[in-house]
Design a protein around this ligand. Structure first.
Ligand SMILES: [Zn+2]
Length: 253
């Protein structure tokens, strides 16, 4: 099993790269991209959320509750009064910190059903549905939010799987190999069926995915990125960068 720091770095690296591609494509506003990045990192921590001894995960969850509260305030900030916003903020915090957390705590076992590929897809779909129905986000934006959560989640599972392979030791496979990147649990057949039914149900309450798949498959989305993958031949790397980072008083004005 990979530890908390590895998961944090792994999720941050992958969602950072994906967020950078989005910035370059110009397809999403910058604030939104920061949000996607945060969601990707949260997704990377989610699978271990039910680990009872995991203090960092609890702290992460607490910050998630705080961040979610602020997101609510930012979303409804122009429409509601201060008192209404405070009520919403507190409500959101309590719901996540005590509602969702207690629920997860009670009904999951680590390496149980949450720590699976369908678990990750379900968390992403839940994010998409919430972004769309609760925050009135656009279809593409909602699906991007969910995708980042799922991708972070899957990165977590892959890291756990990678760390169960002893790359340098004599023994090639540790006993935990194959338990992290799983599609369900044979010892919990009923729970697994319920999990798949939930994922299916969640898909139906999500907005139609076509605008999002169109956006993802559209070559124009990536045109800026493929054109600017590396500086073109004869062009310097980081042109004008030094001029920008040195204070104007030093650059001889
Ligand atoms: Zn894990």
């Amino acid at each position: 099993m990979a530890n908390f720091n590895t998961h944090l770095m792994g999720a941050a690296a992958v969602s950072g790269l994906a967020a950078t591609v989005l910035v370059m494509s110009g397809a999403a506003p910058h604030q939104a991209v920061i949000g996607y990045f945060v969601l990707g990192v949260i997704g990377g921590l989610l699978p271990d959320i039910d680990l009872p001894t995991s203090m960092p995960v609890r702290i992460a969850f607490l910050s998630l509750a705080v961040v979610a509260g602020f997101l609510v305030v930012f979303t409804f900030g122009r429409r509601y009064s201060l008192v209404e916003l405070v009520v919403l903020w507190v409500g959101c915090f309590v719901l996540i910190r005590y509602g969702l957390f207690v629920l997860l705590d009670r009904f999951t076992v680590h390496r149980g059903l949450v720590h699976t590929v369908p678990g990750g897809i379900g968390c992403g779909l839940m994010t998409t549905a919430t972004a769309y129905h609760v925050f009135n986000a656009s279809i593409v934006h909602s699906w991007l939010c969910g995708t980042f959560v799922s991708v972070g989640f899957i990165v977590h599972l892959l890291l756990d799987e990678l760390y169960s392979v002893d790359l340098f030791g004599k023994k090639l496979l540790k006993s935990s190999f194959g338990t992290a990147f799983s599609f369900g649990s044979l010892s919990q057949p009923l729970g697994t069926v319920v999990l798949y039914l939930m994922v299916g149900g969640l898909f139906f309450i999500c907005p139609p995915s076509k605008p999002f798949t169109d956006f993802m498959l559209d070559r124009d989305t990536y045109r800026g990125v493929t054109q600017r993958l590396v500086p073109t031949a004869g062009q310097a790397w980081f042109p004008g960068f030094l001029r920008r980072v040195t204070p104007a008083s030093l650059s001889g004005r």
